[in-house]
Design a protein around this ligand. Structure first.
Ligand SMILES: NC(=O)c1ccc[n+]([C@@H]2O[C@H](COP(=O)([O-])OP(=O)(O)OC[C@H]3O[C@@H](n4cnc5c(N)ncnc54)[C@H](OP(=O)(O)O)[C@@H]3O)[C@@H](O)[C@H]2O)c1
Length: 266
């Protein structure tokens, strides 16, 4: 039985990866600093406490694992600044534990956005490319959850934002999880592929305005869909369509299907 360790298995992407790996019959270990309450756990999954930044708990968390999928993240502050070093530590711990392949989730074209968060994501990918052990990097477009979060936050003040001149190719975390677990499964089927790189976009491109309208209609939320000019590096990146992954429409679940399934309530 293949043992999959998921670094960050309690996060937004990580939870979907845990569920997918269980569905595919792997032995699944979720590793994060905090373990979820009993009621939030998926049956059969081993939830272990460990900190990849400090190294605490790593020997137990990774001992005997065959492959590792990294879905760690930090949004701000010293944890974000340290994240590239944390990803290097993940690789070192995995190598020490004899893990066959490490798979990283990051963002499509992150290196082309000068915003700090994106530069951190790009640095992590470079570490995986140069790791000297079998690795895969999955470069995904923005998640459905991210857009729903932006619309929901705006609606609280009566304004559902639609950045002008911006489109997204959003992807469901369930689709991202399938692709990440596929990459992990390469460990047993093709050890010759030392480094693999996969772009993963949602099924189609939509203007942010169209997505905002879909969200408003599905949630019956209050607020007006409002054009908002987005300044700065992130605005430039988005208006240039760098957040899209043409030719890599690997996701199957449209934003509207995701909304209809009620996934935004989770
Ligand atoms: N959001 C998007 O639209 C999008 C699109 C494409 C790619 N991505 C990428 O997807 C990845 C995951 O993002 P996410 O939003 O799913 O993250 P998230 O919800 O913030 O989850 C992060 C996970 O990492 C764990 N963690 C953080 N630091 C840790 C440490 N030092 N040691 C052990 N566990 C640690 C957290 O648990 P504890 O806090 O309990 O440790 C949590 O389980 C990121 O790399 C992001 O760039 C995101």
């Amino acid at each position: 039985m293949v043992v999959v360790a998921i670094a960050g298995g309690t996060g937004i992407a990580g939870r979907a990866v845990v569920a997918e790996a269980v569905r595919r019959g792997f032995v699944v270990r979720s590793v994060s600093r905090h373990v979820p309450l009993e009621a939030e756990r998926i049956a059969g999954v081993q939830y272990l406490a460990g900190d990849f930044r400090s190294g605490v708990g790593m020997a137990v968390a990774l001992g005997g694992a065959d492959v590792l999928i990294e879905t760690l993240d930090a949004k701000t502050g010293s944890a974000l600044k340290a994240l590239p070093r944390t990803s290097v530590a993940v690789l070192a711990e995995a190598s020490r534990a004899g893990i066959e392949r490490c798979v990283l989730l990051t963002i499509v074209n992150a290196a082309e956005c000068s915003m700090g968060y994106y530069q951190v994501q790009a640095a992590r990918a470079r570490s995986y490319e140069a790791a000297g052990m079998p690795t895969s990097v999955v470069y995904a477009t923005q998640f459905h959850n991210l857009l729903a979060g932006l619309f929901s936050a705006g609606s609280k003040v009566g304004l559902i934002p639609a950045f002008t001149g911006v489109s997204f190719q959003p992807i469901a975390t369930a689709d991202v999880a399938r692709i990440l677990v596929d990459e992990a499964a390469w460990a047993s089927t093709d050890s010759a592929s030392f480094h693999r790189s996969v772009r993963a976009g949602g099924p189609s491109v939509w203007s942010m305005k169209a997505l905002a309208e879909q969200w408003k209609s599905a949630t019956s939320a209050r607020g007006l869909v409002t054009p908002v000019p987005l300044p700065g590096a992130f605005g430039t990146f988005l208006r240039a369509g760098k957040n899209l992954a043409p030719g890599a429409e690997l996701g199957a679940i449209e934003f509207s299907d995701w909304l209809e399934a009620g996934s935004f309530r989770v």
